[in-house]
Ligand binder design. Sequence first.
Ligand code: ADP
Length: 569
Amino acid sequence: MRRLGIKTVYLAALTAVSIVTFVAFSLFDVHVQQQQTEEALLEEARTFAREMDAVWQFMDNSQNVINYSSAGDFDFKGLHCSVVGKSVGAIFSAGNDYTIRYTNFNPRSAMDQPDEFETAALTRFNENKEIREYYGIADFEGEERFRYLQALKVDESCLECHGEPAGELDITEHVKEGWTLDSVGGAISIVIPVDQQKNAMTANVMRDAAFFLLLSLVIGLVVLLVTTVFVFGPMNRMKNAFSAVGAGRSQISVESGGATKEVSEVIDCFNTMAEEVRSVYANLEEQVADRTLDLKRANEKLERANEKLERQRDDLTALSVRLQEEARFKSDLLSMVNHELRTPLTAIITLSQVSVEAGELEGGRDAVEQKSWEEVRKNGTILLEMINNMLDIARSDAGGMKASCEVMDIGDVVSSVRSAIAPLAQRFRVSFESHVASDVPLVSGDYEKTQRILENLLGNAVKFTPDGGHVCLRVECEPASGDVVMRVIDNGIGIHPDDQERIFERFVQVDSTSTRKYNGSGLGLALVKEYAEIQGFSVAVESVLGAGSEFSVRIPAGCTVISCEEGEG
Ligand code: ADP
């Protein structure tokens, strides 16, 4: 859409406002002029009416002189009020456009017969005695005229000729109308031409309109001139200056001479801005050079980092290859240990067991030899346990440890563990008992791993309880929570509170002395924890140094197949 210039908008607005105000002013002027003309005509008509009234009064007052002889006898000379009035009116009207006459319903002379306008006026006067005037612009003998009628009052002097009784002849030999004092005795009818006033009014309106138009034109021109000089001129200079700045020529400033206060403020702002742009331009090149240098440095840094990353990636690839090789080697080693160590070790343990039992049966064996066989069996068993633990840990690290989920009877697990632990306890001269509460329900978990948990805990309990001590395994169901809890309790050496948390870490043993004394690898409890957690169980320890320990494995209610109460039932 093409944008309009401010001058066009300004001129259009000025023209529209001028036209509207001109029309409003003209209508108002015509109305005022009409009103004034009508008032002037009315005043003129009233003056005539008063003059005619004065003639009438004069004639009425002078009857004693005019129509009587000097001897005092009635000597009618034909000059009574109406005759003189009508004559004066006729003389006044002759030779001009003015008409003054008397009119009445049923007049004595046919000349005084009322026309349409006069009939309307007389009717109004008779209807309402208060109304004394009737006027307006109306037709008279085919032309538009101002017409005015004034009601004639009937007074005592009128009654002599026009009063009662009606039908009787008056002194002029005319039939009396029978008027009373409240009758309307006709009206003075005055007709005034309006051409002159109309012409004057038209001339006035034309003059006013011309003056108004001239004034509007002058005001418009003055405003246009002022705005052109004081606003458009400076704005044009500003526009050129903006174009120059846009084209990159910042060495520019605008003169505010001749501008108004507001425009000169804008010019000042522009000059400040141009100054700012100049200084920015001046610094820009320097800044660009600095930034380019920074960018170059950052780029070099990035390239170096990239090279480093590439080197690290190569290292990682090499490491990954090495790790894969190591994993393969570890896996080979595990299978080798599994096969090459466990198989002969199991054979050694079995052989030593058979030998120990044989010695016990024969009875006469050399005590040293018997003890040696027992040592072989004991150390073999410990070694096998250590190997088993190490294999499990290695499997777990390789992500190969998985727990099966089967329904198991904790009672069965305990029986199987008891048969393995009881001989051990006997050898360590520690009493051992186990108890599974009757309300313990079936649970879901990994049978073998649960068995290994209990074996490790009980093995430790036996190992760390001195001769004559006591180890106990209890399995109960907690009615409040529905959890099944397996407790391994001993009255052995106990664990210091500072160590109770870290003993579940790998290769942690409380002190080296005990290690030497009790043997072990420090992996048993770490495995217990892993076996428990992989099945969703938890392990905790409570211990008093020198008094004993209690390890508890909690199987949550969610792992039970039926609840405690149901198990009991
Ligand atoms: P270890 O092969 O040495 O038994 P564990 O991981 O099974 O390794 O145990 C870690 C350490 O926790 C043990 O060396 C021992 O000091 C301590 N410990 C474990 N069970 C008991 C217990 N019932 N009584 C006292 N100390 C214990």
